[in-house]
Design a protein around this ligand. Structure first.
Ligand SMILES: *Cc1c(COP(=O)(O)O)cnc(C)c1O
Length: 396
C-alpha cells in the first residue's frame, strides 16, 4: 500500500479553476464591496434552494446564532435546551443572555440530540431548543416540532453542518423559527473563510433581522438633500435591542452563489463516499458509523464513528495512534462535552450525569478525515488502512 497523507484540518472545500475565474471576474465588475447586488443574489438563490421566505447573509454561523438568540425572547433565567455534544457556538449566545443552558443527551446510534431526552428536560421555564444537525444528520424534526408546539418553545436550528440535508423531504433550517448556516472554509458550502446565513419564514423576525444585521441603517424619510446627513437613519429594530454589524461582504456572497450551484453534487458525493466506507468496514463490529434514519438525508459533513475496545484490550486511542503513526491518517476526537469546558464551568455548569451517552461517545468516538475534495484514491486508502489497523489491533 502506497503511503498517503490524510490530514483532518487540511480537508477544506475548495473552489475549482472555473469557479475562481468567475469570482475574479465578478470582483472586477463590482461597484461596491458591501451590501450590494451580490449579497442580494446569494440570499435569493439560498432562499430558493431551501424553499424559505427570508435569508440574510451574515459573517458566520456564530453571528446567525447570536441574532436568533437575541430575537428568541430568551431572558435571564429562562431555560434553553442545547445538546451537550455539539460545537461550542451552538450554546454561547445563551451564556451571554444569562439564560440557563440545559444539556440534552444524544442518541447513541445517530449521535445527534435525542428528542426523548429533550422532552424529559422540558420544564415550564423552557423557552427555546437549539436543534443541531450535527455531522450533517438532521435531528428528528417531527418529534421536536410536536414537542415545541405543545409547549410553546422557540426552535433554533443550527444547520452549520447540514446545508441541503433533509428530514422527510424538507430541508433543515426550514422547520424552526430560525435556521443558522455556516460557510466557513471547512463546511460543505464555503464562502472562502468566514460566512453564514440566518433564515426564517416569519416576516416579523425578518424585519427585525434587517434592523440588527447592519447597524440598523434605514433611509431617512423626506431627505431633501442627499448629503444632509450623509449617513442613513438608525432605527430601533426591536424594543431594547441595539444593532450590530454582522454583514456578509460582496465577494463572500458571490463565492457563495457560485458554490451553491455545486452543493447538491458535493453532498451526493459525500454520501457516496460514506456508503463506500461504511460498507467496506462493516465487518468490524468494533467500529460503528453514524446511523441515519431512513426518513433523513444527511449532508455528511464529517465521518464520525464509535470504536469500542477489542477483545485484545485495544482502545480508540490505540487506533488513532496507529492510523497516524503507520498510515499518516490524522483522525481526531470531537466534540468535548460542553460542560467540561472551563468557560462553561465558570458559568456554573458541571457534569450532572444527565448526559451519559454524550460522555460515553466522547470516550469512544473517532472522527476520520473526510471532506468535499476526498478523491476515490483517498477513500480507498482510508478503507484499506483502517481495515489493516483494526485487524492488527485485534491481533488477527
Ligand atoms: C462551524 C459550526 C458553527 C459555527 O460556525 P461559524 O460560521 O464558524 O461561526 C456552529 N455550530 C456548529 C455545529 C458548527 O459546526
Amino acid at each position: 500500500m502506497h503511503l498517503k497523507k490524510l490530514d483532518f484540518p487540511a480537508i477544506q472545500t475548495r473552489m475549482n479553476v472555473d469557479e475562481l475565474s468567475e469570482l475574479c471576474a465578478a470582483i472586477e465588475r463590482a461597484t461596491t464591496l458591501s451590501m450590494g447586488p451580490y449579497l442580494h443574489e446569494f440570499e435569493t438563490a439560498f432562499a430558493r434552494f431551501l424553499s424559505i421566505k427570508h435569508c440574510f447573509g451574515v459573517c458566520n454561523a456564530s453571528c446567525a446564532l447570536e441574532l436568533a438568540a437575541m430575537l428568541s425572547g430568551v431572558d435571564e433565567g429562562d431555560e434553553v435546551i442545547v445538546p451537550a455534544h455539539t460545537f461550542t457556538a451552538s450554546a454561547l449566545p445563551f451564556l451571554r443572555l444569562k439564560a440557563k443552558v440545559v444539556f440534552a443527551d444524544i442518541n447513541p446510534r445517530t449521535f445527534v440530540m435525542d428528542i426523548v431526552d429533550v422532552e424529559r428536560k422540558t420544564t415550564p421555564r423552557t423557552r427555546a431548543v437549539v436543534a443541531v444537525h450535527l455531522y450533517g444528520l438532521p435531528v428528528d424534526m417531527d418529534a421536536l416540532m410536536d414537542l415545541a408546539r405543545g409547549h410553546g418553545l422557540m426552535v433554533i436550528e443550527d444547520c452549520a453542518q447540514s446545508p441541503g440535508a433533509e428530514w422527510n423531504g424538507k430541508k433543515t433550517g426550514t422547520f424552526g423559527d430560525f435556521g443558522c448556516f455556516s460557510f466557513h472554509g471547512q463546511k460543505n458550502l464555503t464562502t472562502l473563510g468566514e460566512g453564514g446565513m440566518i433564515v426564517t419564514n416569519r416576516d416579523d423576525y425578518a424585519e427585525k433581522i434587517l434592523g440588527l444585521r447592519k447597524i440598523g441603517q434605514r433611509p431617512f424619510v423626506n431627505q431633501s438633500r442627499y448629503w444632509l446627513p450623509a449617513m442613513s437613519n438608525i432605527v430601533e429594530a426591536a424594543p431594547g435591542l441595539v444593532p450590530y454589524n454582522f454583514a456578509l461582504g460582496e465577494i463572500q456572497a458571490k463565492a457563495g452563489t457560485i458554490m451553491l450551484r455545486r452543493l447538491e453534487e458535493i453532498n451526493r458525493r459525500r454520501r457516496e463516499n460514506f456508503a463506500k466506507i461504511t460498507v467496506a468496514l462493516h465487518h468490524h463490529k468494533e467500529l460503528r458509523f453514524q446511523e441515519s434514519p431512513p426518513i433523513a438525508l444527511s449532508a455528511m459533513h464529517l465521518l464520525p464513528a464509535r470504536f469500542t475496545m477489542t477483545s485484545s484490550g485495544k482502545s480508540r486511542d490505540d487506533l488513532i495512534e496507529m492510523l497516524h503513526n503507520d498510515y499518516r491518517i490524522k483522525c481526531v476526537v470531537q466534540y468535548y462535552p460542553l460542560y467540561r469546558y472551563e468557560l462553561f464551568q465558570k458559568h456554573g455548569y458541571a457534569d450532572d450525569g444527565s448526559c451519559p451517552e454524550t460522555n460515553r461517545f466522547f470516550d469512544s468516538m473517532i472522527s476520520f478525515p473526510f471532506g468535499t475534495d476526498c478523491t476515490d484514491d483517498d477513500v480507498d486508502y482510508l478503507i484499506l488502512s483502517t481495515d489493516a489497523a483494526i485487524c492488527l489491533l485485534k491481533g488477527a
